[in-house]
Design a protein around this ligand. Sequence first.
Ligand code: GLA
Length: 388
Amino acid sequence: MKLFHSTSTLLTALLMILASSCSDPENNEAQPTLETSVYGTLPDEQEVKIFTLTNANGMTAKVTEYGAILVSVTSADKNGKQADLTHGYDDLDGWLTNTSYFGSSVGRFGNRIADGKFTLDEKEYQLATNNDPGGIPCHLHGGIKGFDKVLWKGEPFETKGARGVKFTYVSPDGEEGYPGKLTVETTYTLNDKDELSWETQATTDAPTILNIVHHSYWNLSGDSSTSINDHELTLFADHYLPTNAGLIPTGEKAPVSGTPLDFTEATPIGKRVEEDFEALKLGGGYDHAWVLRGDKEGELTKAARLHDPKSGRILEILTNQPAIQFYGGNFLDGKATGKNGQKYQYRTALCLETEGWPDAPNNPSAPSAVLRPGETYHHIMVHRFSAE
Ligand code: GLA
C-alpha cells in the first residue's frame, strides 16, 4: 500500500510540474510546441490542415493550408496577458466566406492593376476586373480566385529557437489570366524572440508579373470591437503614392511632409483621418502606398511601428520590399461576422501590407514587378511583437 501511496504522490507531483510548465497566459512561461491538426474539408472534399505554433514566451500563431492564411496571433500586453490580435474566423467554413482578405497570402498580384490590363514583352493581358473603388473597375488581389482562396500544401518544421510551416502552391500557366507556371513557397516562422516572419519566394517557367503580399488586419488591443483610431503609427517613409478615384497611383511620388499622411513621427491614426485632404477623400481614409526609405535594394529595413497605448502592445514591421500599404479598415461595415460572433465594424482593424508598388506593371517609374525564368522573387516581412 505504501508503494501505491508513494507512487500516487509522485504522480501528483509530476502532474503539477507538467501543469505548471505548460503555457500560462499570465506568466508567459510556455513549452514551445508545433501542433498539426485537420481543420476541415473544402467543398471538393480536399482536406485542410491547420498548424499551431507556440513559442517559449507563450506567444502563439495559427496558420492554415487554405489561402496560406494567418488564422490568429496572440501576444502579451504590458501585464503579460495574451490576446488574439487579428480579425478572422473561428473555423474553416468562416474562412471560406472571407471577402476582406483577413489574414491572407494574396497574389499573384496583390493590390490593384488599372483596368485589369498590363503589357509584358509587347503582349497585352486582360485580368479580371473584380473591384471598382469610386466606380472605376480594376484588378484586385489576384482576381476572382487568388492565392487567398486556393489550397496550399503545408510542411511543418522546427529549428533551434523557432518553429514554422512552409506552404507551397503551384499556380498553373494562365491561372486568373497570368502567364507562366509560378511555383510559390510562403513560410511562416515564429521564433522565441516574439518575431513572426512571413517569407515568400517564387520562380516561373515563363515571364510573368507578381506582387505577393500578406494581408492581416491588426487590432493590438485584443478587443476586435474597438476602433484602431487610438493606435499610434509610425511609417518609415518620406513619400507616398497619390491615387486617382479608383485607388490607382497617378505616377506621382509625393512628399508626406505637411500632410495628414506624414507618419514619420508616432501619430494616433484617428488624429487627422477626417481632414479635408484629397488623398483621404479619394481613399475614404488611409488606403495608400508609402515608399519606404530603405535605399539598399532588398535589404531588411524598418517599415512600420504600431503602438496601442492602452494594452502597451507594439508591432514593428521590417521588410525587403520598396513600399507598404496602410489600409485603415475603411471598407469594414459590420457585415462580416468573425471570431466569437464579432461583427467587424468600420476601422476596427488596420492592414500594413509590405509590397511592390500598386499598378507597377503600368508605371515605368515603379520598381519592376516582372519575374523571368532563372530569377527568384523574394519577399520577407518580419512582425516583431513587444509591450511597454
Ligand atoms: C487592400 C486595399 C484596400 C482593400 C483591402 C481589402 O488593403 O488597399 O483598398 O481593397 O485590400 O479589402
